[in-house]
Design a protein around this ligand. Structure first.
Ligand SMILES: NC(=O)C1=CN([C@@H]2O[C@H](COP(=O)(O)OP(=O)(O)OC[C@H]3O[C@@H](n4cnc5c(N)ncnc54)[C@H](OP(=O)(O)O)[C@@H]3O)[C@@H](O)[C@H]2O)[C@@H](O)CC1
Ligand SMILES: [K+]
Length: 513
């Protein structure tokens, strides 16, 4: 699903009205009616007090449409207009008059703090102050109004955007953003819904299709792509009857050091579970028995050193390499990586300590194999690209890094993003239960296992992140967020595949934004 900028959506609005011979007013009526239907289905006429706060732009106009339809259907509604300027939009004005024509209870015009109503905890608030037309942070009494809404603790439904937040640029004043409980957004979710700094203001959202011109939406290059189940289904490559284990490749996992052999096991297990034909695990000598015992399906190669990796030598043909999990950052290991990066031919996933080695040794950057997949957690990412001012700055810096070194980079988090050059893919699966030790090692194994089966690096990353999150969703439904361990995620990867095409969804599998 495409994620568009505010400007693109304004453009879509214009194209739609021109091409489909409908007016902006019709579009607003369509948008408002959908919000009303959503509410009406849930409230079924309940006499709960509903406060609608409208701005004076088209977002406010949407609020007026919803208000009118609720009043016509007998709901207990009070509409407030935050009258911070006289520059009201045309569609706002038409709908303002329409409300006045159907009800004796005219909208309340607010011009200062003194006009704030009491909002009780059990009331409902509809936030239609600002949408994608916000162009500066709300200030003065308007900011106070937003804070008044936030302190009310009532259920707050934001129309299109939580007011005070931008769709596709960094929010400046977090004290001036409506803390929505739910957002009904038009046509497509907005970029800021998926970022850690702003996502919490839109914890649940639904995109309502208001029929913007399909051709415009189809041909417009989006800011990002949201990966949902239909997209993930298209990535899947079906196995054929005469395929054999060689077809699915030989994955080499280079991982572990004294006390951190679990990382090697988790990655290797995940590479198997995602479908690699063969997995060889390269570990320090001390890991030999551990790996052979914990995962008998894997072959084991060892370094000549007992407790760390110093020289990665192998005479097997491998289809993909996953390197870095739990290997430490000692100088002998850095030297081993230097040699591996310079000589290895297979596509590579570079994770954890290998990334830390890169941050500390510029010489490794020079030999970073092109098309590699880098899977840093936030701390590792910061060491790689430097600090960032905000989430959008982080994405821009990651894009530059990706472009410069021709590598795929993940920004891991609640909605992991895969960045390749200018392209951004936002993942929709996963949950807080996956914030557990070793979860990243499993992800590296997953992507390595997909690479070994011939998925290209970008596809292996986007699909791997999706399946990893889906496995996490399924297992957390079975055993709770709290109980999830990384090995559970690896062991549930099979269910994630099944869930992709299951007629009856696997419990937890549908748990997406
Ligand atoms: N996309 C679509 O296809 C459809 C979109 N629709 C709806 O339209 C919405 C976008 O409407 P919009 O463009 O009128 O902007 P909106 O957010 O209502 O507010 C802008 C107004 O606020 C002002 N202003 C800005 N910042 C301010 C501040 N900090 N403090 C004070 N004032 C501030 C700014 O005026 P300014 O002072 O800058 O001249 C302007 O007057 C969209 O989110 C959706 O709900 C649907 O109806 C149907 C189809
Ligand atoms: K809003």
């Amino acid at each position: 699903m495409k994620i568009f900028s505010a400007e693109q959506l304004h453009q879509a609005d214009k194209v739609t009205t021109k091409k489909h011979e409908i007016t902006s007013l019709d579009l607003m009526e369509r948008a408002g009616s959908q919000i009303f239907n959503w509410l009406h289905q849930r409230l079924q006429g309940a006499p709960v007090p509903i406060h609608i706060f409208c701005g004076i732009g088209n977002n406010g106009g949407d609020g007026l449409v919803v208000g009118r339809l609720l009043i016509e259907n007998g709901y207990s509604v009070t509409i407030y207009v935050a009258n911070f300027t006289d520059k009201r939009s045309k569609c706002f004005l038409v709908n303002y008059d329409k409300v006045k024509s159907i009800s004796k209870k005219w909208p309340v015009l607010m011009t200062s703090e003194e006009d704030f109503p009491q909002i009780n905890k059990k009331d409902i608030v509809i936030d239609a102050l600002f949408g994608i037309g916000l162009n500066r942070s709300p200030e003065g009494w308007v900011k106070k109004l937003i804070q008044h809404i936030n302190t009310s603790e009532s259920f707050t439904l934001s129309i299109d955007m939580p007011s005070g937040m931008y769709a596709d640029t960094a929010t400046e004043d977090f004290d001036a953003v409506v803390e929505a409980n739910h957002v009904l957004t038009f046509q497509a979710p907005k970029f800021s819904f998926f970022l850690p700094e702003t996502g919490k203001y839109a914890p649940y959202f639904e995109a309502l299709d208001i029929g913007l011109d399909p051709e415009f939406l189809h041909t417009t290059e989006p800011l990002a792509q949201l990966i949902l189940k239909p997209q993930a289904q298209q990535f899947y490559r079906q196995r054929k009857k005469y395929d054999h284990k060689g077809t699915f490749g030989h994955a080499l996992i280079i991982a572990g050091s004294y006390g951190k052999m679990g990382a090697a096991i988790l990655s290797s297990k995940a590479a198997f579970r995602i479908g690699a034909g063969l997995v060889t695990c390269f570990v320090p000598e001390c890991g030999y028995q551990i790996v052979q015992t914990a995962i008998p399906e894997a072959m084991t190669l060892t370094d000549k050193e007992d407790d760390l990796i110093t020289n990665i030598e192998f005479d097997i043909e491998v289809a993909a390499i996953g390197v870095g999990m739990g290997i430490g950052t000692k100088k002998e290991t850095v030297a081993a990586l230097q040699k591996l990066f310079s000589e290895a031919k297979a596509p590579m996933v570079i994770d954890a300590d290998a990334l830390n080695c890169i941050s500390e040794n510029e010489s490794l950057l020079k030999v970073l194999p092109k098309q590699s997949v880098l899977t840093p957690h936030p701390g590792e990412l910061k060491r790689l690209i430097g600090d960032w001012k905000n989430d959008f700055d982080k994405i821009e810096k990651t894009k530059k890094f990706s472009e410069k070194y021709e590598v795929v980079v993940l920004i891991k988090g609640a909605n992991t993003m895969t960045i390749f050059g200018d392209m951004v893919y936002i993942n929709s699966t996963g949950n807080p239960g996956m914030a557990t030790a070793g979860s990243g090692d499993v992800l590296s194994g997953v992507i390595t296992g997909l690479l070994s089966q011939g998925y290209d690096p970008l596809l292996a990353s986007v699909f791997g992140v999706y399946l990893h999150g889906s496995a996490g969703n399924i297992v957390s439904q079975q055993i709770s967020f709290e109980a999830v361990m990384a090995s559970d995620i690896a062991d549930t990867l099979g269910d994630a595949y099944i869930e992709l095409f299951a007629k009856d969804p696997v419990p937890g599998g549908e748990q997406q934004q």
